[in-house]
Design a binder for this molecule. Structure first.
Ligand code: DGL
Length: 276
């Protein structure tokens, strides 16, 4: 049977942290996960390159029958989403939708912060794009008074290279957490603005004081997507619901399967695909 899954895209394994929560909240839907592991990380790449890569992925997922694509990557959401929505979607597939992870996170931060002091941890690209400070200013309704950011360029490579339980992870996590806390000692909400970072959550918690809320994006994106589909029945109707899960990667399927299975807690069958 031909399925119309929800496409979930990331530069590598990070988007699995979002997929896991999507499956938990919406188990009946079909999902197609695509990791561009061959070209990860995106975080240090230029605007044009991230836009190009992300557009290739979106076109590919549309061609696979996904009417709705979630860009489960902050870097791609920051650098490519707006252009794709404004410039590409109208002629590619005007009835399809591409959604990102920054807007739902910004809405959640605004609901949660008590004192309006927010910290954002992200890739070099996400931080340089200023997407979080700009969107928090725009959408928080005055709730957010100060946003400080810290780029953590080593965290994605630590995750992608399976180093999360080694001393190197502690070193880099402690260094970046201390740096952001030094920028604003009143932070009460810290957003992990990269979908890879929840994989480092045990290490992160060691260095973040307990009174600070650490927000991970999976549950937030899932909650907002359920709400989105309630408000958009025309899209909801197009999505098939056979609890089908397909994993695709641009790198080795065998490597993807072993790492993804560890994280998802169940067997993963992946296929290598070519986007270019
Ligand atoms: N998981 C991605 C994000 O949320 C990006 C990582 C990368 O490829 O640098 O930004």
């Amino acid at each position: 049977m031909k399925t119309s899954p929800i496409g979930v895209f990331d530069s590598g394994y990070g988007g699995l942290t979002v997929l896991k929560d999507l499956i938990k909240s919406m188990p009946e839907y079909d999902f197609l996960y695509l990791g561009d592991n061959a070209r990860t990380p995106y975080g240090t790449r230029s605007f044009d390159v991230v836009y190009d890569y992300t557009l290739q992925a979106v076109k590919y997922l549309f061609a696979q029958g996904c009417p709705l694509v979630i860009i489960a990557c902050n870097t791609a959401s920051a650098k490519a989403l707006r252009n794709i929505q404004m410039l590409d979607l109208p002629h590619l597939a005007p009835d399809n939708r591409v959604l990102g992870v920054i807007r739902p996170s910004v809405e959640k931060v605004s609901e949660i912060t008590q004192n309006g002091h927010v910290g954002v941890l992200g890739t070099v690209g996400t931080v340089a794009s200023e997407s979080y400070p700009i969107e928090l200013e725009k959408w928080s309704d005055g709730q957010v008074k100060s946003t400080v950011q810290e780029a953590c360029p080593m965290w994605v490579p630590l995750v992608e290279n399976n180093e999360i339980e080694n001393v190197g992870a502690d070193y880099f996590v402690q260094k970046n957490i201390e740096a952001i806390l030094a920028k604003d000692k009143f932070i009460d909400t810290l957003i992990l603005g990269c979908t890879h970072y929840p994989l480092l959550i045990d290490v992160i918690k060691k260095y973040v004081p307990e009174n600070i809320n650490i927000l991970t994006q999976g549950a937030i994106v899932a909650e907002k997507l359920v709400d989105y589909l309630k408000r958009h029945p025309e899209m909801e109707k197009r999505l098939t619901k056979c609890s089908n899960l397909v994993y695709q990667t641009t790198e080795s399927a065998v490597t993807f399967e072993s790492k993804a299975a560890l994280f998802m807690g169940s067997e993963v069958n992946a296929k290598t695909v070519h986007l270019w």
